[in-house]
Structure formats: structure tokens, C-alpha cells
Design a protein around this ligand. Structure first.
Ligand code: SF4
Length: 201
């Protein structure tokens, strides 16, 4: 079972395969692995203890950042992620980033951004689109159109509690749509990163 894998300077953590979205560009549809990973499909979700034990055993040479990402939405396992972040904070100098679809508040039925305070250096939120309609078309969220506003609110809330917040879009969308996303990101004061399709979140 692959929990940690390296990609660039990141040590990626794969904690779940669950996700309330079904993005048309999801890397899960293109294969089983990323970087030096074995299959990222988990036969079961690792416990907090297993994740921490694997973190201690993993060779971290060349890695400056731990990135919660994997083949699923990490914040589906919010409590586990928070526990693991706490351990990493206490036992390592590595930066911590969470790549998320930003739907944590809907998943857990409460505001969740403040729980990341002190635990996380960067939250990268998948903006994906400039409007509800386009967002739903691309990400096919279980929550329907309300997911778009919930994602925007989560990202803005994160700004209060986390030093770095970024939005991302994947370059499967048109230049015009990327520009519209850039404007929307500007309005929120959150920088936008355009990711290449097939790249890692
Ligand atoms: S949010 Fe991420 S894991 Fe979920 S379907 Fe979209 S790309 Fe895949």
C-alpha cells in the first residue's frame, strides 16, 4: 500500500481514495501511479499510526514539503490529516501543504478552515472554473452547484488561518476561462496557478 511517494521536491501523502467529485481531468482516470509511487489505489485507508510510522521510515532526501494529495480528497479524512500534521510539525522542519477540492465544509457539515491553523503552511484549492455552471461541468460534485460557493468560501476562510493559500486551474479549460478564473482569483486576493494536464496537483 503506497502512503508516501516522491514527486519533484514534494513528499506526497495518499490518505484516501474517497472524493465527492468526479473531475473530468482527474489523474485517477489516467493510471495507477504518480512519480515514484506504486499503485495509489488503497486496499484500505491507512490509520494515523500507519501514516506516521511510514513517515518516519520514508527516505525524505531532496524533499522540502509534505503534500497531502494522493488519489482522493485528503480532507475527507480531516481528523486524520490534522493528527498527522501535528506529528510532522513536532518532529520535522518540512513544510506542509494540502491540495484540496475545497469542499471540506460540505463534507463535514461545518466550517473547517480554522482547524488548519498552526498545522499547515499552504492550502492549494482547486478553483477549476469561473462560474457554477462550468465548475459543475468539470468537477461533477456530489453536492451540485452549491459546491462552487462552498469552495470559494473555504478558500477565503483559509486566508485567515493559513500563511499561503493558492487557487489552481488545470489547463484543460480555454484561455478565456483561465483569464476569467484569474479575475475571480484576483477579486478574492488569492493567487492563481495554472497546472498542466497530467501534472500533479
Ligand atoms: S477533486 Fe481531485 S481527486 Fe477528486 S475527482 Fe477531482 S481531481 Fe480527482
Amino acid at each position: 500500500m503506497t502512503i508516501f511517494y516522491k514527486f519533484g521536491e514534494g513528499l506526497y501523502v495518499n490518505v484516501t481514495n474517497r472524493c465527492p467529485c468526479d473531475c473530468v481531468f482527474c489523474i485517477r482516470q489516467n493510471g495507477d501511479c504518480v512519480g515514484d509511487s506504486q499503485s495509489l489505489w488503497l486496499e484500505r485507508e491507512p490509520t494515523v499510526e500507519e501514516i506516521i510510522s511510514d513517515f518516519e521510515k520514508t527516505d525524505k532526501t531532496g524533499c522540502s514539503e509534505v503534500v497531502f494529495c494522493g488519489y482522493g480528497e485528503p480532507l475527507v479524512r480531516l481528523d486524520a490529516v490534522l493528527e498527522v500534521c501535528k506529528f510532522i510539525r513536532k518532529n520535522s522542519d518540512m513544510k506542509i501543504r494540502i491540495n484540496t477540492n475545497g469542499l471540506s465544509d460540505l463534507i463535514h457539515g461545518k466550517p473547517t478552515a480554522q482547524l488548519l491553523e498552526g498545522r499547515v503552511d499552504t492550502v492549494s484549492v482547486s478553483l477549476n472554473a469561473s462560474s457554477k455552471k462550468e465548475y459543475v461541468k468539470l468537477t461533477r460534485p456530489a453536492y451540485g452547484e452549491k459546491a462552487f460557493d462552498a469552495m470559494l468560501k473555504f478558500a477565503q476562510d483559509c486566508k485567515k488561518y493559513v500563511p499561503n493559500v493558492v487557487f489552481t486551474v488545470v489547463d484543460v479549460i480555454s484561455e478565456e476561462e483561465i483569464e476569467a478564473c484569474r479575475l475571480l482569483a484576483q477579486k478574492t486576493g488569492i493567487p492563481l496557478r495554472v497546472r498542466a494536464y497530467e501534472g500533479k496537483e
